[in-house]
Structure formats: structure tokens, C-alpha cells
Write a protein that binds this ligand. Structure first.
Ligand SMILES: Cc1cc2nc3c(=O)[nH]c(=O)nc-3n(C[C@H](O)[C@H](O)[C@H](O)COP(=O)(O)OP(=O)(O)OC[C@H]3O[C@@H](n4cnc5c(N)ncnc54)[C@H](O)[C@@H]3O)c2cc1C
Length: 382
């Protein structure tokens, strides 16, 4: 059996997303990175194409498909070579809305999920706080019940789509300390007492919108509670697998584009009379990262297969896929950036923006490769 088990339908979907990325993202990729944002209009365009509800129930406007399609969506959106756009769109269609789809009331689905799937409104997920990141159960933003409302006080940080969101899927403390006191509320951003603090400038995923958010005496209708009070932590944890799988696809597809751009450059650039792509040192280094990237993609595909089958081992393999891809990026990005020499520090180059020009100090005043040549010639001989 072929693996991944793609059918003709998968390939048609891939072609459609590929064309969308080339038409709607690629021509603007550099400008949007510089502007540290992309137009809201892109959510609507993606929604019109049916890309914002791939896995969701058709009853709410979704397509009722599985994670293989989510994976293809990410792989092809990344052809536009702008990771921030992909992050913003995936927060909208998986990360901030998945919990409403899985646990929300019909009323919440009608009010927030359906317009989000159409791209008519923008969603964000608010979990992380200045004092609680990895330790989600330690979050301190409170929601106190007052009649038929909750009153929310606190703050969140690093929230993707934060300055542009129409609603926040917000993790709040409604009860005792620890995981059993956490709930999820939908907070419309026009609620009095809600404010956006700084739009945070990042050194990666430049065009995704990232913000700190404040909640001061925000009165939110109690019917905006997602699922049961005190079940929020468990709801978040149950959906983290999908979020982590999404992240592994984003990382792998981003690396595929970085490597692709690097191979293009290696085939064009001449040094000492030969193409970089013909130098044995670089051929071996590129072969190494190519092999590792393929291993990373296979691991993500295997994790997808387990997710789609509902296999209990999925949690382990999704975590492995996320771990492997994230750690590989830390090896692949500097390798690729190094091959660009000084251009690997210049903002106009996709690989420089993608890697933060991490190789700068291994380039100036003689590159690491030239240093190795000098050392080898002097210490080992011709
Ligand atoms: C670009 C970007 C977008 C984001 N978007 C969102 C968003 O939309 N919504 C949202 O809610 N959050 C978002 N986040 C926040 C992200 O989820 C947190 O940054 C992450 O969970 C880590 O939390 P932290 O930054 O507080 O780090 P910390 O939890 O303070 O961790 C700091 C270090 O301590 C280590 N550490 C922590 N606990 C342990 C332990 N038990 N054992 C060993 N080491 C440990 C960590 O691994 C890390 O190396 C985003 C972050 C980024 C960078």
C-alpha cells in the first residue's frame, strides 16, 4: 500500500491549495514579513475556498475530512514561503476553533464557529500568561460567576491573531488552583474591559500577529462557557495532539521550502569556478539534512495515520513528530543559511528571514568552510 495513502481527491485538494498559495501568498510574502502582518482579507479568501473548516462537521460549514487533508493544506499553503501566514490561518482553523467544534454548544457553534469557518471573523486562542506557559494548570486569569455572566480579570501573552481577533477562546480560572479549576470561555473582543497591549515584534514567523491581551472586569455571558465548568484543562489537553501535529507539519513544510531555496541557490552560485552544488563538502551536508527532513516527514505521516485511526499510541508519535521536527529545524536552518554566505543575512532573501540570518558570525572575515580549508591545508597537507 502506498504511504501516505493519498487518493485522487487528496491530490485534487493539494492542487487547489497549491494554486491558492502561489496566487494569494507568494507574491506578497516578503512585503508581509516586512509589515509584520498580512491583510484580514486573506482569512475571507481562505474561508471561501473551504480551507478553514477542513476537519469540521459539514453541519457547521466544514468539510468533514481528516488530518491527512489538514496536513496537505499546511504543506501547500507553505508553498507561498511565508510561515507567519500559515501560523495565522492554522490558529484560525484548528487551534482556536477546534475546542468549540469538539465541546461547544450549538449556540456557540452558530455564533462563532460558523463565521470563523467562512473567514468572516478572526479567532485567537488565549492560554499562555506571563507567569504560566508550559504549566497551563498554573494560569491565573480569573472568571468569577456573577448572575448570568462571568467577570474576567487577568492577562495573556504571545497570543497569535491577538490584535486582529474578533473573539478569544480563553482559558480562565473558575475554581480551585490546579487543573480542575480551569474553564474555557468565548470572549468577544468588543467586550468592555478587553484591551490589546503591545503587538509583539518577533524575530521569526514575522507576519503572524502576536500580542499581549488584558481583561479588566470583562462581563461575558455565562452561555459563552465552552463545555462544562472545570473541564477546560482536560479539553485543552485532549486537543493538544492535533495542535502539535499541525506544528510538526508547519515545521517540516517550512524546512522543505528553506531547503528548496537553498538547493536553487547552490545550483546557481559559483565559488572558485564551480557551483556550490558541485562541492563535495556541501553535497554531503545537504544530503544529511535532506535525509533527516525525510525522516521527520515520515514520522509526521505515521503520527497522522495513528491519529486518523484513533490509535492510543498517537499521543506518543505526535509528540515524537513535533519533537523531531522542532529539533531538526535547529540543525537544518543554520546549515542552509550558511550556504548563502553574506546573502544569508540579508532580509530580502527568504532563507535569511526564515532563519534569522543565524550564520552571520560564521561568514564575515572568512567563512567557516574557508577556515576549515586553511586549517586542513596547513595541518594535513594538500
Ligand atoms: C510564535 C509564538 C506564538 C504563540 N502563540 C500562542 C497562542 O496563540 N496562544 C497561546 O496561548 N500561546 C501561544 N504561544 C505561547 C507558547 O505556547 C508558550 O511560549 C509555550 O507554551 C512555553 O511557555 P513559556 O514561553 O512561558 O515558557 P516556560 O514555560 O517558561 O518555559 C521556559 C523553559 O523552561 C522549560 N521547562 C518548563 N517546564 C519544564 C519542566 N517541567 N521540565 C523541564 N523544562 C521545563 C521549557 O521547556 C523552556 O525551555 C506562542 C508562542 C510563540 C513563540
Amino acid at each position: 500500500m502506498a504511504f501516505p495513502p493519498y487518493t485522487e481527491e487528496h491530490e485534487l485538494f493539494r492542487e487547489s491549495v497549491h494554486a491558492f498559495a502561489e496566487r494569494e501568498i507568494a507574491p506578497h510574502a516578503e512585503d508581509w514579513d516586512r509589515a509584520q502582518g498580512f491583510p484580514r482579507e486573506l482569512f475571507r479568501k481562505a474561508g471561501t475556498q473551504g480551507y478553514l473548516g477542513v476537519r469540521f462537521d459539514p453541519a457547521w460549514g466544514g468539510s468533514g475530512l481528516d488530518y491527512w487533508y489538514t496536513g496537505i493544506l499546511i504543506e501547500e499553503l507553505m508553498r507561498g514561503r511565508n510561515v507567519g501566514v500559515v501560523v495565522g490561518l492554522m490558529v484560525q482553523c484548528e487551534i482556536a476553533t477546534g475546542v468549540i467544534h469538539a465541546f461547544g454548544s450549538e449556540e456557540l457553534k452558530r455564533a462563532w464557529l460558523m463565521p470563523a469557518i467562512k473567514g468572516e471573523c478572526v479567532a485567537a486562542l488565549g492560554i499562555t500568561e506571563p507567569g504560566a506557559g508550559s504549566n497551563v494548570a498554573g494560569l491565573k486569569t480569573t472568571a468569577r460567576r456573577d448572575g448570568d455572566h462571568y467577570v474576567v480579570d487577568g492577562s495573556k501573552i504571545f497570543i497569535t491573531n491577538g490584535t486582529i481577533a474578533d473573539f478569544i477562546t480563553l482559558a480562565v480560572r473558575t475554581g480551585e488552583p490546579g487543573p480542575r479549576g480551569v474553564s474555557i470561555l468565548i470572549v468577544p473582543t468588543d467586550t468592555p474591559g478587553f484591551s490589546v497591549g503591545r503587538k509583539l515584534r518577533k524575530v521569526m514567523a514575522h507576519s503572524s500577529d502576536t500580542a499581549e491581551l488584558f481583561f479588566e472586569n470583562c462581563r461575558v455571558p455565562a452561555r459563552n462557557l465552552v463545555g462544562e465548568e472545570g473541564q477546560g484543562f482536560y479539553a485543552i489537553m485532549s486537543l493538544f495532539q492535533g495542535e502539535r501535529l499541525v506544528l510538526s507539519y508547519i515545521t517540516n513544510s517550512f524546512m522543505r521550502e528553506i531547503l528548496g531555496a537553498t538547493l536553487e541557490y547552490a545550483g546557481e552560485r559559483e565559488v572558485f569556478g564551480s557551483r556550490i552544488a558541485d562541492l563535495p563538502v556541501w553535497r554531503h551536508r545537504l544530503a544529511d539534512v535532506m535525509t533527516e527532513l525525510e525522516a521527520s516527514r515520515l514520522l509526521a505521516w505515521y503520527a497522522t495515520d495513528l491519529m486518523c485511526r484513533g490509535d492510543p499510541q498517537a499521543e506518543v508519535y505526535v509528540s515524537m513528530a513535533k519533537l523531531f521536527a522542532g529539533e531538526l529545524f535547529k540543525r537544518l536552518a543554520p546549515e542552509c543559511d550558511q550556504l548563502f554566505g553574506g546573502y544569508g543575512c540579508m532580509e530580502e532573501y527568504f532563507v535569511a528571514r526564515a532563519t534569522g540570518g543565524i550564520s552571520g558570525f560564521a561568514i564575515g572575515a572568512g567563512t567557516s568552510e574557508i577556515m576549515r580549508e586553511i586549517i586542513a591545508r596547513r595541518q594535513i597537507g594538500k
